[in-house]
Design a protein around this ligand. Structure first.
Ligand code: IPE
Ligand code: IPE
Ligand code: MG
Length: 242
């Protein structure tokens, strides 16, 4: 059984399978994404009920810009809807919203709603929901390297001081702890450019359930599996971490 002790502090999810869900139900892809938005709501609620402090959801990747303009606008419309209607819910539940990604590439209207929602929820303390939008793990690492290189070129940062710890402070959201558990729905065994730096020692859990069908039962199954894992971080069991 899952108890408070083995609840992961940070759960990151690759929400995949909306298209396959739509195909199975004989409806357009946009309907699959709409059903996926419902699963987002359930996941946020479930994380709050279970006491998961950080929930990070991969909603749109840097590579997803390759999809058709129709599909991209359907996704952006859903994001607009979510931000318009759910910011109050986040406030009610005392959940803070953060984003990671090249959010400057999002349409202006979405960007504005996003900034408003992040600003409005910034003092909430019950949990943190992070949406990865126009997010790529390689882009994040490249963007961090660029910031560091610029500071070094200006003489404001000593290149000799760059180590993993300092590097991580230039990622999109340095305050996010590394994910403990990464869940991917719809059975694909890959990370698709998600949090490459941060997932170094995350436990991975893949379910065949398609994202629109994901709910409390699946979240509990993932946490149950997580609670049975032995995390060693490269050390050895029962030896003190130095
Ligand atoms: C995930 O579902 C949503 C996004 C990537 C935005 P997909 O649209 O990738 O669904 P499949 O993989 O085609 O089933
Ligand atoms: C990963 O899913 C991106 C998101 C869930 C936002 P994709 O469907 O884009 O990934 P691939 O193409 O199967 O690797
Ligand atoms: Mg997919």
């Amino acid at each position: 059984m899952v108890n408070e002790r083995n609840i992961p502090r940070h759960v990151a999810i690759i929400m995949d399978g909306n298209g396959r869900w739509a195909e199975r139900h004989g409806v357009p892809r946009s309907e699959g994404h709409r059903a996926g938005a419902g699963a987002v709501e359930r996941a946020v609620e479930c994380a709050r009920d279970l006491g998961i402090e950080y929930l990070t959801l991969y909603a749109f990747s840097t590579e997803n810009w390759r999809r058709s303009p129709q599909e991209i606008s359907a996704l952006m419309a859903l994001l607009r809807d979510f931000l318009t209607t759910k910011t109050d819910t986040l406030m009610k539940h005392n959940v803070r919203l953060l984003t990671i990604g090249r959010t400057g590439d999002l349409p202006l209207g979405v960007r504005k709603l996003l900034l408003d929602s992040v600003e409005k929820t910034k003092n909430n303390t019950a949990g943190t929901l992070t949406l990865a939008l126009s997010y790529g793990g390689r882009a994040e690492i490249a963007d961090a390297a660029k910031k560091i290189a610029k500071l070094a070129a200006m003489g404001k940062l000593d290149p000799e001081k760059v180590d993993e710890k300092l590097f991580s402070t230039y990622l999109y959201c340095p305050e996010l702890p590394d994910p403990d558990l990464m869940i991917r729905t719809s059975g694909e065994l890959r990370i698709s450019n998600f949090m490459l730096y941060e997932l170094a020692y995350a436990e991975l859990y893949v379910t065949d359930v398609l994202w629109p069908d994901f709910g409390k039962k699946e979240m509990l199954a993932a946490i149950e599996a997580y609670s049975k894992r032995e995390r060693r971080f490269g050390g050895r069991k029962n030896e003190e971490q130095k």
